[in-house]
Structures are given as C-alpha cells and as structure tokens.
Design a protein around this ligand. Sequence first.
Ligand SMILES: O=C[C@H](O)[C@H](O)[C@H](O)COP(=O)(O)O
Length: 250
Amino acid sequence: MPLTDLSKLPPLPIPLEQAKRIAAYRAVDENFDVKTHKVVGVGSGTTVVYVAERLGEYVDKNTNFVCIPTGFQSKQLIVSNKLQLGSIEQYPEVDIAFDGADEVDESLQLIKGGGACLFQEKLVSSSAKKFIIVADSRKKSPKYLGYNWKKGVPIEVVPSSYVRVLADLQNKLQCKSASVREGGSAKAGPVVTDNSNFIIDADFGEIADPRKLHQDIKLLVGVVETGLFIDNAEKAYFGNSDGTVQIQQL
Ligand SMILES: O=C[C@H](O)[C@H](O)[C@H](O)COP(=O)(O)O
C-alpha cells in the first residue's frame, strides 16, 4: 500500500498532535531507508506514537525490518502497528532510532525521561548508527537545557539508594532542588520505571555544560542513568501545528 500523502493527512482535533505527527512522519520519510535499515529503534512518549504509525505504513510482504522497543509503551506501539518486535539483546546494533525529547539545545544535547523512560532509550539510541529526534516546536531550547524544561533532569536510581542520591545531588552537586517523582493520582507513592527503579527529578536551572553535569551525576552511587543525552542525536524534527517542520542538525 502506498504511503499516505503528507498533504492529505486527515486533520487531528488537537493542533499540538498535528505538530507531533508531521514531525514524526517527515522524520521517518526522510531518514528511514526501508531497503538498508533492518533494525529500527522505537522510543517512548507521545510523539513517537506517530513514528510507529508511519513505520507501520512501510510494512508489506517485501519488507523485513525489526523494531527494538525502549520500554513497555514502546513495545505496545510496535505490536499495535503490526511491526516486527525484536530486543536489544538479539539486535545490539541498531541501524536507526527515533525518539522524542523533553528539550533539545542548540548542540542537539537533550533532556529526556519526562515520561520516566530513559535507561532503555539511552541503551537503544546509543546503539544506533543514526538517532533522530521528533518533537513539537516547544521542545527547542533557545540556548541552554533547562530553559524550557523546568521539571529538572530526570535521573533513574536504584530504589534503595534514593535517600543517598538526593543528599549527594544537593551536597556534592549543589542542585537547586531534587525529589523522587510521585505517581500522583495515578499511583500512591513513587513512579516505578520499566526497570523497577525510581526517578529523581533534579533542578539545576539552566545547564551550560550538560556533558559535565551528566558525568558528575553518573558518578553518584545508586544512579543507573541520567536523562541528559550527550552527543547522541544527529538530527531533530520540530513540528508546528500549521504543518511546517523545522529541522536542526549538526
Ligand atoms: O520518558 C519519556 C521519554 O524520554 C520521551 O521521549 C520524552 O519525555 C518526550 O515525550 P513526548 O514525545 O511525549 O513529549
């Protein structure tokens, strides 16, 4: 079946969703090579929903690419779009990966993990030859990370270490504030990740040197991974609700 013509997409009721969809569809069409890309990473979040949807349009009897999930939701997206599901253990070398982001700076450094997925996302994206970001235009930072995304850097930690990590973030790394993410009305107590860990959100204000901050956090005992994705993405697609897309690349 031919791909849906981008100029003939049925309108979505919410403008923000249109922005996400056009970014995702353009990113797939312009970067995914169905002939050579056999292992494709599929990230997590609300924007990547449209990546999986578009990848699903590429499936026919002649295609044989496998999709690697970055968590439970991602796995569901792969299955529901009738894509072939694989695992990073089976396919440790990924040809291309697509994912959303919470903020993207001018050097394509990222904050991710706003939806509590970050460890598997980093495992897959850093195993990929090409890593493409899909987002709506609110995610583009005018300069530093932390300018738009005010909730803090998501950090995945081993549950038993959370008190120690909270203290270290404040005493050793002088973060402004840090707290364990709570499930709110959806769950009493902390959010538990797909890897059975906790998420700490640590506010460092605007981050001038995300690489150094990532390294410093990573050294704290109990930290599994940070939501700072450094030198990982090569291109970002930012969609607007009017159907335009801004592309940022190094
Ligand atoms: O934890 C969630 C992931 O890092 C998402 O990719 C990120 O939060 C962006 O999600 P969305 O596309 O929903 O804005």
